[in-house]
Ligand binder design. Sequence first.
Ligand code: ADP
Ligand code: MN
Ligand code: MN
Ligand code: MN
Length: 343
Amino acid sequence: MSIKAEYIWIDGTEPTAKLRSKTRILAGAVDGVAALPLWGFDGSSTNQAEGHASDRVLRPVFSCPDPVRGGEHLLVLCEVLNTDMTPHSSNTRAALAEVAGRFAAQEPVFGIEQEYTFFDGERPLGFPAGGFPAPQGGYYCGVGADEIFGRDVVEAHLENCLAAGLGISGINAEVMPGQWEFQVGPLSPLEVSDQLWVARWLLYRTAEDFKVSATLDPKPVKGDWNGAGAHTNFSTRAMREGYEAIITACEALGEGSKPLDHVKNYGAGIDDRLTGLHETAPWNEYSYGVSDRGASVRIPWQVEQDGKGYIEDRRPNANVDPYVVTRLLVDTCCTALEKAGQV
Ligand code: ADP
Ligand code: MN
Ligand code: MN
Ligand code: MN
């Protein structure tokens, strides 16, 4: 039986990469991701090559059932390589694989909260033509046709993620009309990142059938409207076992050039979103605190109560590359925990 394999990859568009995909017909079922064939594409059409040497290689790194086509059909997430099999400069997964491997013994785990906004043409879904809806206040986790826009799409996306076997852990309506969130994790750094990219692809693909678009724009409406983030929840085994390691991680993120090293890699346009208003900390001031949604990093109250658990980095933009944010958090925090002997 022919299998339709949807090969998905991350392109080279600056400053924020886009997802691309195309279909390959396989003669029959394939046993695991390693058995899926390499493929190629025209890198000159994706900002990944010049026309005179345009071929780039797709290497499958993660696959799952395709919930859109059903049956035995597959989604195949790929990394992009040069023709000499070295990682292409747009391939941020390769660097994460190295760092995650180096610190695997600390068992880092992530849960990422992906916020996004539906658009109907030029306007966020639920914004009246030529005007604005009632100010923010009632929309977050709301119910009813006066507050909720796009729930049919959201439910279909959730169903698709579950049918694909992704580690999605919840959904909620957000603070601005037409704005929503789903969470992926807790999973290892490579798993959470691969699965978040596939969940994003499924979001766009699901919304396509409803004739709406979804965007990860971190500030889709200027003014007194919440931006869209990707709060990144993080723990190591030591953090899941004791409070000392939680504090070590929070302190490490504030040391020297670390705040800026992180923030400038947390998604394009971050200074528009991290203004200090709308439940954010200013992009150029690092802080952490228990229960504090105005801090850069929040320690959930339950974590203080239990004396163990995880931290929430609230800074990443919705358009962050998960391969980058997980690499930076593992590198900064696991290096400090190792130095402190808290492993
Ligand atoms: P918020 O209250 O900030 O909206 P959410 O419930 O949306 O929080 O997201 C919390 C995320 O943290 C979930 O994805 C969850 O899986 C993840 N999480 C829970 N425990 C851990 C842990 N020990 N390490 C990392 N992530 C975790
Ligand atoms: Mn959340
Ligand atoms: Mn949220
Ligand atoms: Mn959060």
